[in-house]
Design a binder for this molecule. Structure first.
Ligand code: MG
Length: 160
């Protein structure tokens, strides 16, 4: 069996009055992400993990933030494009594991919807998509509520 593994990492700054999208879900919050796209830092890390597994670069390269076409774009569209690219090259997602570090709000109530939303964009079963959330015990920029940090790992399996 031919398999590949990739990792992805992304950070976005937080500011008052902006929407917060994580894992394709809008999270009720007074603060949200500063970004050119919708700021879905979890999807960005996942896209980079998939691209990394196939040595296809990163989303900043594929979808440059200097391109007005991506202004405010729903990151689920970017994930769909990345999955389509992998599929065209003969690869599908085996599984993905995402860890989100955010001080507040609490993400636990939204994890199930994030997993099913991501799985539906990818076209896989939700048991192949893990989303975990942690605080950083008030340490560092995450702990001070200045930003959100996400790590993602993806395993891709050759389809033919
Ligand atoms: Mg990003």
């Amino acid at each position: 069996m031919d398999i590949r593994i990739g990792n992805g990492y992304d950070v976005h700054a937080l500011a008052p009055g902006l929407p917060m999208y994580l894992g394709g879900v809008q999270i009720p919050s007074e603060i949200g992400f500063v970004a050119h796209s919708d700021g879905d830092v979890a999807i960005h890390a996942l896209c980079d993990a998939i691209l990394g597994a196939l040595a296809l670069g990163d989303i900043g390269h594929l979808f440059p933030d200097s391109d007005p076409a991506y202004k405010g774009i729903d990151s689920k569209i970017l994930l769909g494009k990345v999955v389509a690219l992998a599929s065209k090259k003969g690869w599908k997602l085996g599984n993905a594991d995402i860890t989100i570090a955010l001080q507040a709000p609490k993400l636990a109530p939204h994890i199930g919807l994030m997993r099913s939303t991501l799985a539906s964009v990818i076209g896989c079963s939700p048991d192949r998509v893990s989303v975990k959330a942690t605080t950083t015990e008030r340490l560092g920029f995450v702990g001070r509520g200045e930003g959100c940090e996400v790590w993602a790992t993806a395993v891709l399996v050759k389809t033919e």
